[in-house]
Design a protein around this ligand. Sequence first.
Ligand code: ATP
Ligand code: MG
Length: 417
Amino acid sequence: MPVIPIPNYAAEVIHALEHMGFSAYVVGGCVRDSLLNQKPADWDVCTDATPEEMLLVFRKWTVFKTGLKHGTITVRSHGRNVEVTTFRSDGAYSDNRHPDAVHFVSRIQDDLSRRDFTINAMAYNDREGLVDAFGGRQDLDNHILRCVGEPDVRFREDALRILRALRFAARFKFGIETETAYSIRHNRLLLENISAERIFKELQGILTASGAGDMLTAFPEVFTVILPELTGLAGSQNARGIDRWVYTVRAVQAAPVESFPNRLAMLMLLLEPAAVRSALTRLKSDNATARFVITLLEHLSLPLPASRPEMRRLIGSASREMVQHIINAHGMIDLLDHRSPSATRSASMLLTEVLESPPAYKVRDLAIGGSDLMERGSAQGPRVGQILEQLLREVQDETLPNTRTALLARASDLTHP
Ligand code: ATP
Ligand code: MG
């Protein structure tokens, strides 16, 4: 029997329930991660105490009634949050996502049977050890992701589980059991009933997992349901005779694994700008991610800066972090296309060089400002901005030093030619 070291703050929650005669276990992700020797993100507890009984047990603790209707409260323990949920079985699902009603039950086995995958359907406490009603431990050992119960039934109940399956398999680099995999493909259109926000969140989890490429390769038809713009890539070839989906997957894998914006951009590498925009809007992407993806792809279709002035202008229009991402992505594509990396290398050196010299990216980097021009009567209104822009261009071109004297003299030349 495995022994799972439950951190004190969660163990005390369990003991408080046991002390009042209830049974309680840590359950789900924390049990799975512990058995994999990984550090759980959080520790969830389940119990046969009803919601009212839980509120009594924890009446002297700080409690948030987060999901009381569904039997969940959050208990503050040693400065940490522990979610405590009454054993429950879910009623019918008529919308492919939410149970119409939840029923509280008294047996842990019945609670475990509503959970999505065998590796997520284990519970543990110090008295009884591991409760593993569906062979989760064996599946963990064999690196297999498998539904609890009939896959078709489980995916029809809640289609989000289709993406959860890909996310967990990608994260742990597990294979998906044959019947579960078949059912994922068979039920993929049910994802159309799932909200964009949930889909976007799961897509993030899948793309930033080490096994993302395996899932993209194995389930292209699932990804075209959530991103119809990708339809037609699989089965069509680029100029070098490479399947466009294969190429896309390679690009995703080459992007830094922890960076969702970079990986999402690579997933959309072969799409037209209009398709990228409409996909990001439909998926309700947050603005920062959307802006990143659009900017990166836009600059990937342009040549990299080849001189210091061009590099300064690029930093002025994107940010320096973005410029670094643009250069990195160009480097990746060089490799994918077996193209000489020399332009990318020079751009990289230019960036270092420019960043080491005094900044001249935006008008605010100039040694004078608009008020200097107005005070001297050199210019008024929109002309002020135009002159500053001209001065910036010349400083970036290194034909004008960025000093007050030089800038004021040049400004006066520009106003009184
Ligand atoms: P993570 O580390 O990603 O949080 P997790 O296993 O804790 O993984 P959660 O989404 O936090 O995943 O859910 C906690 C547990 O609740 C799961 O382990 C699983 O047992 C159950 N669960 C969550 N979502 C579903 C679902 N859609 N269908 C069935 N069971 C679910
Ligand atoms: Mg969790």
